[in-house]
Design a protein around this ligand. Structure first.
Ligand SMILES: *[C@@H]1O[C@H](CO)[C@@H](O)[C@H](O)[C@H]1NC(C)=O
Ligand SMILES: *[C@@H]1O[C@H](CO)[C@@H](O)[C@H](O)[C@H]1NC(C)=O
Ligand SMILES: *[C@@H]1O[C@H](CO)[C@@H](O)[C@H](O)[C@H]1NC(C)=O
Ligand SMILES: *[C@@H]1O[C@H](CO)[C@@H](O)[C@H](O)[C@H]1NC(C)=O
Ligand SMILES: *[C@@H]1O[C@H](CO)[C@@H](O)[C@H](O)[C@H]1NC(C)=O
Ligand SMILES: *[C@@H]1O[C@H](CO)[C@@H](O)[C@H](O)[C@H]1NC(C)=O
Ligand SMILES: CC(=O)N[C@H]1CO[C@H](CO)[C@@H](O)[C@@H]1O
Ligand SMILES: [Cu+2]
Length: 581
């Protein structure tokens, strides 16, 4: 009997597929698109918004030829891909590579190993990632029947984004100079949806046609620059099965919270009465006294096939049921969503290291810098511009002619511009005291700050614990912190001030979620742990684009170990030098 069962399993499980090379050509160019009565020139890949999905099997190699026909310098980052021993392909301008100049080409080569689920790719130059992005889908080597959840009938990418009616390079410049700019609409898979119109003619929305009774795997990406989103589908529940290409224990919820940089894989069963149901994405924000933004909701429709046949396509939003959304200022729903996730127990799941070599405590704040000289009028005056900081330093892009990773690799002693990212804030204050949010009055003496190219070095294989503490200094926003080249264990999160004596006691060292982007809650903290075992220079930053542009960035330098397996290899043979790319 037992032998019969084993034989049967062998018969239905396909043999492991051979590793393949998945090859794409990405032509980046500007095309005209019309929304909201306005023709806008947008920078996109292969004429598509969002760009093409890259679909691979775990263990495959990926080759992407980027042809830059846009007027901008650009690089592409493969968000969440671990890039083991391959920091050269990480796509951060002047950190890992020279930017690809207009009318130049560059080829990225990397392997996707030891990861399954949904990741994505995006431009890593200024605001361009608002339109230069797409999904990166990694399926298991042993086929869809080896998913640790019921095999879905179909897999559907759901990319939440923004529609900008302005030149994105100008938007980037504006934010860096404390000039407010904002996008025009939110989007699902590039569609604005029927809450937007041009002279009364409704914008198209994303339509998902479903078969009654079937199960769909939604691969959800937040590619937006500005906000975390709540996603709901009226009449349906989600079962979350993965986040950031790591499986989680199945978690059933009617709302998904997804911050910029995060991904969520969720099953949806089409088990409601046949009909039309709105799929709504709503950006959330901190309440006042933080500055308030327009709440630009977007929605698409999930439609049962038989309804389509009965009613035709004429008025697809007719009789669609709308979900009840959380309030845009309700950030607790996000707090609980993130806190409820745990990693799935499976044979490949890595164990949480219990010995910690390095402890960092990093405060996330805003601050101000005088436009001229050392002293000036503060408090939001024209004499300052606002920057974002970690431990009271705002990141300064290094003024180098050669990418830092090359300087590091060739050991040229020309990285003198680097300063240490402090292990703790220089001054202890009540970080979450809301009297620090303007109009204050307590922020005045804490507001001055400075810029530097900050980096923190780690010995090969060190176990690093970082506690990110959100602050109320000048604003009280949450911060989705993203680390390149590594996944991290999210041990705990809390509201208010982190207290080591109290909070280490309830760290989850058994099944913490494993992510590449950790959402630090508003006026709260998150504790993470990771093994710094991937040699190179890795960007660590807030994935709110405005915070990144304003300097909420640091570099984690992971040093070489004693062996070839623990050392950064030489740059690829065809790695260009700047200007001659
Ligand atoms: C239309 O787009 C242009 C830039 O493409 C922008 O300057 C203008 O403000 C937009 N108009 C509206 C109504 O948003
Ligand atoms: C593009 O990169 C080149 C070389 O690094 C630099 O000289 C140029 O100023 C950059 N252009 C823009 C618009 O940033
Ligand atoms: C870039 O790639 C395109 C398409 O493959 C090719 O036509 C073009 O000659 C290449 N340009 C450069 C500068 O290599
Ligand atoms: C999620 O967290 C909330 C708040 O702690 C709790 O009430 C709820 O039961 C949790 N849901 C699940 C499915 O664990
Ligand atoms: C920090 O400030 C908050 C709000 O004013 C207050 O409730 C809390 O007691 C303060 N904590 C400490 C340790 O002073
Ligand atoms: C940051 O450092 C400046 C001095 O460079 C100081 O005036 C300010 O109070 C500090 N702010 C914080 C939040 O530590
Ligand atoms: C861009 C645009 O035309 N928007 C219109 C949408 O519809 C409302 C009312 O129907 C108008 O006020 C807007 O101007
Ligand atoms: Cu941030």
């Amino acid at each position: 009997m037992a032998i019969g069962v084993v034989f049967f399993l062998y018969a239905i499980v396909p043999p492991a597929a051979m590793a393949a090379v998945v090859e794409h050509t990405f032509v980046v160019s500007q095309v005209k698109m019309t929304h909201l009565c306005n023709e806008t020139l947008v920078t996109v890949v292969n004429g598509q918004f969002p760009g093409p999905a890259i679909e691979v099997t775990e263990g495959d190699s990926v080759t992407v030829h980027v042809v830059n026909e846009s007027p901008y310098n650009l690089t592409i980052h493969w968000h969440g891909v671990k890039q083991r021993l391959n920091c050269w392909a990480d796509g951060v301008p002047m950190i890992t590579q020279c930017p690809i100049l207009p009318n130049q080409n560059f080829t990225y080569r990397f392997n996707v190993a030891g990861q399954e689920g949904t990741l994505w790719w995006h431009a890593h130059v200024s605001f361009l990632r608002a339109s230069v992005h797409g999904a990166l889908i990694i399926r298991p080597r042993r086929g869809a029947s080896s998913y640790p959840f019921p095999k879905p009938y179909k897999e559907i990418p759901i990319i939440i984004g923004e529609w900008w009616q302005m030149d994105l390079a100008r938007a980037d410049w504006a934010i860096a100079h404390s000039v407010d700019v904002y996008f025009g609409a939110s989007t699902i898979n590039g569609k604005l949806g029927d809450l937007y119109n041009c002279s009364g003619a409704l914008e198209d929305g994303y339509m998902l046609d479903v078969e009654p009774g079937k199960t769909y795997l939604l691969r959800i990406v937040n590619a937006a620059l500005f906000a975390e989103y709540y996603l709901k589908i009226a009449g349906h529940k989600f079962t979350v099965v993965a986040a950031d290409a790591n499986y989680v224990s199945p978690y059933t919820t009617d709302v998904i919270a997804i911050a910029p940089g995060e991904t969520v894989d969720a099953l949806v069963v089409a088990d409601a009465a046949p009909g039309r149901y709105y799929m709504v994405a709503l950006p959330n924000q901190s309440p006042e006294p933080d500055p308030q933004s327009p709440v630009l909701i977007t929605r698409g429709i999930l439609q049962y096939r038989n309804v389509q046949e009965a009613l035709g396509d004429s008025s697809s939003s007719e009789m669609a049921v709308a979900p009840e959304m959380p309030d845009d200022q309700d950030l607790l729903t996000s707090f609980y969503f993130h806190r409820n996730l745990t990693s799935l127990h499976h044979p490949q799941r890595p164990l949480v290291p219990t010995r910690v070599d390095e402890h960092l405590f990093i405060t996330l704040s805003l601050g101000s810098i005088c436009r001229r000289g050392q002293s000036c009028k503060r408090g939001g005056s024209d004499e300052t511009f606002t920057v974002a900081t970690m431990n009271n330093v705002s990141f300064q892009q290094p003024a180098v002619a050669t990418p830092l990773l090359e300087l590091h690799y060739y050991n040229t002693n020309s990285m003198d511009m680097l300063q240490d990212l402090p292990d703790k804030p220089p001054m202890v204050f009540n970080y979450t005291d809301q009297a620090l949010i303007p109009p204050g009055p307590k922020e005045a003496k804490l507001e001055p700050t400075s810029k530097a190219t900050v980096a923190r070095r780690f010995r090969q294989g060190s176990v690093v614990e970082v506690v990110f503490q959100g602050t109320a200094l000048l604003q009280s926003e949450s911060n989705p912190m993203h680390l390149h080249g590594h996944d991290v264990f999210v041990l705990a999160q809390g509201e208010g001030l982190y207290d080591a004596a109290r909070d280490t006691a309830w760290y989850n060292l058994v099944n913490p979620p494993i992510r590449n982007t950790v959402h630090v809650p508003r006026l709260g903290w998150v504790a993470i742990r990771f093994v710094a075992d991937n040699p190179g220079i890795w960007y660590m930053h807030c994935h709110f684009e405005f915070h990144m542009t304003m300097g909420m960035v640091g570099l984690f330098i992971v040093e070489d170990g004693p062996t070839v397996d623990t050392s950064l290899p030489a740059p690829p043979a065809d790695f260009p030098s700047c200007g001659h790319i």
